[in-house]
Design a binder for this molecule. Structure first.
Ligand code: ADP
Ligand code: MG
Length: 399
């Protein structure tokens, strides 16, 4: 029975092969060995040199040999199978390589290249600063049209760069303004000191000394105003905001300023609501704003004029108004008065004012999320050619 199984096996195998050697011979030879209970492997070579492998293994049940299974195969066929598998693997491999190359090319063109363009633009800015005397401005590519994160990144970087340049410009402008402002009193000082050498009369000498003293005071005030203004930004951020009653602050400073008005013969009218107005912010800084506005108003008033300070709360905001019956503000200067160093005053007041008061006030009000503006009081508000009856400064603050 055992032998039948083996021969059937080999007959099937033989049908599709063209061999000159009889694989049954091999099997038979291995079969004899396997009967001894061992696994037998054989290899034989036929006339054409191709090799046959034969394996025979005994089948035992409970120690008794019940049969032997033997298999013979041509080595060329095994090689062919292996080659076929290898070709298959190679094809997959090539496909994978092509796919990953095209994928990375695609990623490079849509992600890597724009990113490295952005990086290059940013780096160029850094290098240029060290190499050139007058660096040109950094230009970040505009990828705002892209709907993805790279588009957002480019928008954010462009925003950041332009904010930085705005800041740099503002600082440069400030430095230039400061230099300009300091030059005037210095020039006056220099000519006074120069003339001092040549004047003989004591009264002339005293006059020149007065001029010098005035210039020095002016410089002193200018420098302290400038240093206050330039520190304001960082100090506004540093100082702790707190809850306080704006009405109390206003009435305190009005009390003290009404004396100043009284000395000049100026009426001082205070009109504040009875209910407390609680505000979250920097009390000392906001007080500085109203002191600036009221002292400006008083300074433009003459004997018989009046200054009025009033405040009202409306829902989520509070309006504080400082009005005077002075000469008003030239129409074209209504916004300019808030610029740094803008000061337009009668000759007698020359040198007593730095022109920083309203600029600082605006900065403080805006840091509190408020607004400040100037307007003229007119008989007919719509007609700017009509003679103003006074100036009005309005501050609006969120409560
Ligand atoms: N109440 C006012 N009436 C008329 N002009 C004013 C008034 N307040 C301010 N101004 C104008 O705004 C300018 C700027 O004011 P400010 O910034 O306080 O600087 P300064 O008081 O040092 O001149 C003043 O020089 C003046 O021309
Ligand atoms: Mg002022």
């Amino acid at each position: 029975g055992v032998w039948n199984v083996v021969t059937v096996l080999f007959r099937q195998g033989r049908a599709d092969r063209t061999e000159t050697i009889d694989p049954a011979d091999n099997a038979r030879a291995a079969f004899e060995g396997a009967r001894g209970g061992e696994v037998v492997t054989r290899s034989t070579r036929n006339g054409e040199g191709s090799i046959y492998f034969t394996v025979a293994t005994p089948i035992e049940v409970a120690g008794d040999l019940v049969g032997v299974v033997a298999i013979t195969s041509n080595s060329q066929e095994i090689d062919r199978l292996v080659r076929y598998e290898r070709e298959q693997i190679l094809q997959m491999f090539t496909l994978a390589v092509i796919l990953s190359i095209s994928l990375s090319l695609m990623l490079a063109s849509t992600i890597s290249n724009p990113l490295s363009d952005l990086a290059a633009a940013a780096e160029m800015g850094r290098d240029r600063d060290t190499r050139r005397v007058a660096p040109s401005r950094v230009r970040i590519p505009d990828l705002a049209a892209r709907p993805d994160e790279i588009g957002r990144l480019s928008v954010a970087m462009r925003g950041m760069v332009s904010a930085l340049y705005d800041r740099i410009d503002a600082n440069e402008q400030f430095a230039a303004d400061v230099a300009h402002e300091i030059k005037n009193p210095l020039a006056s000082l220099r000519s006074a000191v120069g003339s001092l050498r040549f004047v003989k009369k004591d009264e002339h000498r005293d006059k020149l000394l007065d001029v010098i003293e005035h210039d020095v005071r002016r410089l002193d005030r200018l420098v302290s105003d400038i240093s206050n203004a330039s520190r304001l930004d960082s100090e506004l951020v540093k100082e702790e905001e707190e809850e306080f009653n704006l009405l109390k602050t206003l009435s305190n400073l009005c009390q003290y300023l009404s004396q100043q008005a009284g000395e000049k013969g100026v009426d001082f009218i205070i009109d504040l609501p009875s209910d407390a107005i609680s505000i979250h912010g920097l009390e000392a800084r906001l007080a500085q704003v109203f002191v600036n506005l009221v002292t400006n108003a008083i300074s433009f008033c003459e004997d018989g004029d009046a200054v009025r300070v009033w405040a009202r709360r409306r829902e989520n905001r509070v309006l504080i108004v400082v009005e005077d019956t002075g000469p008003g503000i030239p129409e074209q200067a209504l916004t300019k008065v808030f610029k740094r160093f803008y000061s337009e005053r009668p000759q007698a007041d020359f040198g007593k004012h730095s022109g920083l008061g309203l600029a600082i006030s605006k900065q403080i009000v805006e840091a509190h999320g408020g607004v400040i503006w100037a307007e003229n009081i007119r008989p007919t508000a719509a007609d700017p050619t009509s003679e103003p009856l006074g100036a009005r400064f309005v501050v609006g603050l969120p409560v």
